[in-house]
Design a protein around this ligand. Structure first.
Ligand code: PLP
Length: 283
């Protein structure tokens, strides 16, 4: 039996139900998180749960559970499903009420669902690197919120997939923001450059962990917006995210990055990131 959580209760997935007037379903009115599981343990779990609370606050939604309660519920689900390597997905919507753009009354409780899925580490792609396309960033101006409104991301990712690519690198005019489902960094003369954490990007937990590693290891980095020209003359480009970890990008719009192979700075970060996973979750 595959277990899921609906409103705090652990259920068999086949009997779990959400109402057709759930606001997540009708408006995308909600927030979510994806947490990586290695060896049955959550990696950077607290950071993800804190971001979930922050995302909820930004859309004026109060979560009915504390981060400690959520953490123990996720642990219960991971253990019930005997998950070793994968993800846990969790989502809160503003609840169920007759369709109306205005928020429902305060006694309408948010809907909470969570499930797990087996997801292997993408070792082959991480070894060889992946291809990408460029796409105009048409999303709204609050990309810092991990909200259920992902249409802009979906349209770009679909374009990338149809071009046989892993990621779409998004740009607003000349400025690169992030990827359709990951953060983007470039490396120039040994310095890592990645967009500052503001309303134009999701401040990835992986991005933050990579920058923390850089600080500890004295690897130079700059948090600032970079341009399409800087992207096309970068020595290395990489994507970072919960499921993809540190992923080398070796081609942008059909043009090789550097010599078309994953570069030394990205390789070093991949190794340091793996060491951090092993430190937190064992090996
Ligand atoms: N940016 C976007 C648009 C994303 O969807 C994601 C991950 O899903 C990220 C960045 C990376 O965030 P994280 O490292 O927290 O997974």
């Amino acid at each position: 039996m595959e277990c899921v959580i609906v409103d705090g209760e652990v259920l068999d997935r086949t009997v779990a139900k959400v109402d057709i007037e759930d606001r997540g379903y009708q408006f995308g009115d909600g927030v979510y998180e994806v947490i990586r599981i290695y060896n049955g343990k959550m990696f950077t779990g607290k950071e993800h749960l804190n971001r979930l609370v922050e995302s909820a606050e930004k859309i004026r939604m109060k979560l009915p559970f504390s981060t400690e309660e959520l953490e123990s519920k996720m642990e219960e689900l991971i253990s019930k499903n005997e998950l070793d390597t994968g993800i846990v997905y969790m989502q809160f919507t503003r609840g169920t009420s007759p369709r109306n753009h205005v928020f429902p009354a305060s006694d309408v409780a948010p809907t909470f669902v969570a499930y797990t899925r087996k997801v292997a580490r993408p070792v082959e792609s991480m070894e060889k690197g992946v291809r990408s396309i460029l796409d105009e960033d048409i999303r709204w101006l609050r990309c810092d919120i991990k909200s259920l409104n992902l249409l802009g991301n979906l349209l770009s990712k679909q374009k990338a997939a149809e071009a046989g690519c892993f990621e779409a690198i998004l740009h607003r005019g000349e400025t690169v923001t992030e990827g359709s489902h990951s953060n983007i960094s470039i490396v120039k003369d040994g310095v890592i450059i990645t967009h500052q954490a503001d309303n134009f990007i999701l401040n990835g937990i992986t991005r933050q962990k990579v920058l923390e590693i850089c600080s500890n290891e004295n690897i130079a980095f700059e948090e600032r917006a970079f341009t399409l020209d800087e992207l096309s003359s970068a020595d290395e480009v990489f994507s970072s995210g919960t499921t993809v970890e540190v992923m080398p990008i070796v081609e942008v719009d059909g043009k090789p990055v550097g010599n078309g192979e994953p570069g030394p700075v990205t390789r070093n970060l991949q190794n340091l990131f793996k060491a951090e996973i092993e430190r937190q979750c064992g090996n």
